[in-house]
Structure formats: C-alpha cells, structure tokens
Design a protein around this ligand. Sequence first.
Ligand code: GCB
Length: 688
Amino acid sequence: MRWLWIPVTCLLFGIPQPKVSATKDGLPLNPNLDESTEYPLFEYEDVKIPAPTRGLLYPRDSETREVRSLDGMWGLMKSSPEDPLEGIREKWFLNTLRQTGREIIAMPVPASYNDITTDDLRDHVGTVWYERTFFVPRSWRVNQRTWLRFSSVHYSAVVWVNGQNATSHSIGHLPFEAEISRLLNFNGENRITVMCDNRLGNRTIPQGSVYEATTDYGPVPVQGYTFDFFNYAGIHRSVHLYTTPLLHISDIEITTKLTTEGLGRIDYLLWLDGSQEGLRIQPTHLLVQLRDRDGEVAAQQINKAVYHGSLLVPNAKPWWPYLMHPDPGYLYALQFELFVASNEEETDADALQDAYRLPVGIRSLSWSNDSLLINGKPLYLRGFGRHEDSDIRGKGLDNALLARDFSLLKWIGANAYRTSHYPYSEESMQFADQHGIMIVDECPAVNIDIFEPQLLEQHMSSLEQLIHRDRNHPSVVAWSVANEPRSTKQGALKYFESLVNFTRSIAHGRPLTAAINASPTTCHLAQFLDIVGFNRYNSWYQNSGRTDMIVNLLTNEAQSWRDKFGKPVIQFEYGGDTMEGMHSLPAFIWSEEYQVELFSRHFKAFDELRERKWFIGEFVWNFADFRTAQTITRVGGNKKGVFTRNRQPKEVAFLLRWRYFALAKELDQCTLPQDLTVYISKHVHNEL
Ligand code: GCB
C-alpha cells in the first residue's frame, strides 16, 4: 500500500482537495522512479496564479509597536505515524496536550526537533504537536492589534490560540502570521498549540513520497526524497508576538536607483491596514525620513498621498558588495511615520499613528546578455552553495552560527552565496545586507520531477512568498527558480515557461536564474532564464580521480551553454567529498589533497572562461559539511564542505582564500589581508 496524503490544511478548512488519482500521474513521487518515464503535457490555463502576499513586515519595535519573542522551551508531543491526523479528530488543541495522557518532552524553539532526543524522533514521519503558554499585558487590549508571526515551520503547520484556529501554512522556510487580538485572554494565561507535519508528497515543494516499509515490528511509513539534505522539521525560526496600532503600515515595497552623478532615488509603495470593524481612522499624511548611519537626515518629505512616493538623495552613499568598495554594505534607515492629525503638516507625538523603520541600501542592479552589474559595474560572483545546517539544532536558527558563518565568508573573501536549496532566515538576509554579501535567492523547489498543475501552483506560490519576503534587500541580486529539476522531461517545457513567465511578472528588478544539471542540448528550462547556472561535478561524479580532465570538459561545457542561449553563464556547483584529516600524496579521492587539486584545476578553467567575458561567477559546493539522509554514498552526511560541520577549515579553505582575494585584488583593487601569507624566508615573498 502507498501512503497517499493530502495537505492537512485542506482537510481542516475545506479547501478543495487535490484529486488523488490512481493513475501514474497522481501517485506520490517515488525515489526509484524511472528517469526516462514521460508524463503527458498539461494544459496550464486552469492553474490558479497565487494571490499577492501582504503584510509580514519583519517585526520591529518602534514608538508605536512592541515585539515579544516566544522563543524558548516549548512542549512537544508526537502523534502516531500510522495515524497522523488523530489529534485533529480528537481535538487535542482544545485542551493542554497533557490531557491526552501522552508523553510531552521539552523542545527548544527555534530548532529542528530531529536531533534533540536520543530516540526515534529523528526519523519520525507525520505530525508532531508543539505547545506553550504566555501572557500579554492588558495595555495591548486598548487601541492595539496583536499579531502572531512564525518565521518558518517545516513543512506545514496548523496553529491554534486558546483552542481556536488562528492560522495555517504550508511550504517550509517562509514566514506566516495572523492577527490574534480576538483570541487572546488579557486576564490570564494564553496557550498556543501548533501541529507540524513533515510529510512531503508529489505536490509539495520540494517533492517526496511517503511509502510503507516492512520492518521486523510491522509496517511503518517512511519518507522518501531524492534531494541530498536531511529533511529536518519543526519550528525552525523565531516566533514573535507583536503589536500594531489599529490603523498601521502593513507592507512596504521599495525600489532604489543610483545615477552616475551620485543621486540616489528611493521609490516606495505602502499598504495600510485599518480593516477592523467600525474603524473610521483616516491617515492625513506620512513623514518619510532617510537617516544615515549616524542618524542624520539625508532626505525627507511629507507626503499626503501616503500610499506611494519617491525620495531623492543627493550624494547618496551607495550599497556596494564586500571587497568592491572600502565601505561595503552601507545601509540607511528609511523611517515611515503615519499621522492622523487635524492639520496636515502636524508631526507631533500625539498625532503619530504608526512608525516603522526599514533598513535600505541604495544601489542600481542591471543585467545584459553578457553581465550582471551593480551601480554600473560588472560583477564576478565568487562564493558558495550553502545549507542551513548544524549539529543538534539541524536547520534551527542559531545566531552564534550565523555570526560565525559570516566571519568565515569574509575571512575567505567570498562576495556571494546561493541560498541552496530554500529561503534562508530573515536574520541571515539582514546580515548579508549589512556585510555586502550578495545573495542568489533560491526557492525550495529542489529536484522536482513530476510536472503537473498542482505542483506548479505550489511552486509559483513559493516564489511569490520568497520574493515578497526578500524584495527590499539590497543583497539579493537574482532569484533562482529551481535547483536541478528534471528539466529534460517533456512536461518541463510548458511547466517552466509558465513558471518563469509568472516569476518575471513579480521579479522586482532581479534577473532569473536556476541551478541546472541537465545538458545544454536537453534542458527545457535554460531558454527562459536571464542567467544560465549549471552544476557539474567534474572529476567527482564523472571521471572520478581524473583531475587532469577538468579544464577541457568545463570550458567546453560553459561555452556550449553560452552558444546555445547567449546569456551570462555561472557555475553554481562544483566540488568533491573530503574527509577532514584524510591525507594522501599523490592525491586520492576523499583526501584533503584531492579537494585542493580539484579546486585548483577548476580555477584554471574559470580563468580561461573569465576572458570570454560572459562567465560571471564560480560557486563551490559546499560552504560546510552537512547532514543528509542515510545512504552508502554519504559518510555521516555530505562532506563537500570547505569547512567542517563544526565550521573549522579544511586544507582547501586556505587555497580558496588565496583565490578569492586574488580575484578581489585583480577586479576591484582590494587591499589584501595581512595574514593571507605567512613568513617563509627572506628570499621567498609569498605575495600575490
Ligand atoms: C547536487 C545538488 C546538491 C548535492 C550535490 C552533491 O548537484 O544540487 O544538493 O548535495 O549535488 O554533493 O551531490
């Protein structure tokens, strides 16, 4: 028997359920699916375009708003893998989970739940239930609205507050929120209950399939998936309560430009929410102030139009990537103050209705058939594919890890990374803005295979939510619509044409790319992109052990992508698994020496390609070792990291550091770090 499943959110709220057909097309994705199987083309006229997301501004304190974290220890209870929806039937959310009589364990939030305990929770398939209590101050009752915001729950979540449904969401790695003012108890304790479901099917992003394994103890459901990272689950990022005034700024969209004369321009769109019943408040005007790093006003205006406007910034300090400028990542604070006043110029505290401050970098981003440019200067991206992954906390947000990773990125001289294979935390996007690290922002569509309308709807929705979340970040230089989809399949053509057309319509000034592993002659996706990205493991999965074949194979392949599509080309993945501490001279695969040799031959190929002008970047796979599903090709996980899972360098890290700084010096005349070379002897100057 196969474990057919339907998203829980559909069962609960009467959303039309996808038809689960018994035909080949309707079955869950099977990891062992014959790659050559073709699926009928679908007509996409019926596909529902996702409605624009609104709201979800990152929670920030201000004189009109209060933010509270609900991070900390929550309680967690597993439901039976054979009956994941029993808690819905039995209405567990109506009471404390303790009433079920089952075991409740302490579970930190944020964290993946998988690696916290010593039992079978790691491989649990189905639903788990989280719970915690909290209080809110009585002052929040008067002229305030209270919002509950989850930065990410993987994969889907249903949320209750005091036993009443508050919201639900599916697709991991993306935020969701709901106003909960009416559900709150202002005179005592409140309770949040979350049901989290980790199951992936053929209509989830990413896809997977739940199948039945026959064990010595009887049949058990097992989650299958083809992507190469562990399917960690749980409340992965922070949970916040925040307040807003009754009428408030609910959404902001900005676009920036920089002229060659140094004039900055910020165009903004604002959304206001005053949707509460009986609310009759009308804003009179908006005071917009742009403050520089020292808090000085760099530009300002009073705007009676409220919903849109433009600020001109003379002598703007541009946002530059790391190592392209002595002061990279320059951010202003764009302060919006909404007034309800008798006089349209009045800006005193009593008339202030709402205030929100958005960090803003002023820069222009453009692209052509040969290059990607920031502030008119062509970019050469040098960086990594990464993962949000670490020991014990899995994919849970960890600020210490985040700070360490950015120290390492800067130490090694990288200027970019791809958020392979899903959106990363909002905190990491803010870090990237501040440090000038450019982001190729990828949606969670990794290894998708069965191309059908329901999947397309989810896929479009994941991109829509991602773009909505990240469109205001200066660090985002491209959207990646997929990683290694089975893009040679017949159904891929129509699917990706529809997907890319939709994404282009909401791309907010960024080019579209993807990480492709098909070949230029068979791929149906590349023709729709602005930048062609490919993944290729020369001398690893192909020609293992033969580093002497890399330069020709790689330069020829990149040239073929260019010849076929005439677009800028980038390599998004190359590398080889390397066991830290394993040495071999001459080099042998899995040794540190082999990784060094493999990288060095790639550098040679990249330098030849750079001369052809349309080759715009090199990304190593991977920044650090990471956990995968259990397979005989992975020793404790994927070991292609330049850093260990513990964030310590392998030998290749020092070589890569030389390379990235050498490029920064050649291309942007950066100053080299003092400790790039070590003293050897007075006759050897180991300098670039
Ligand atoms: C790839 C995938 C990545 C894998 C990597 C590998 O092409 O995009 O998710 O981890 O190869 O190491 O096999």
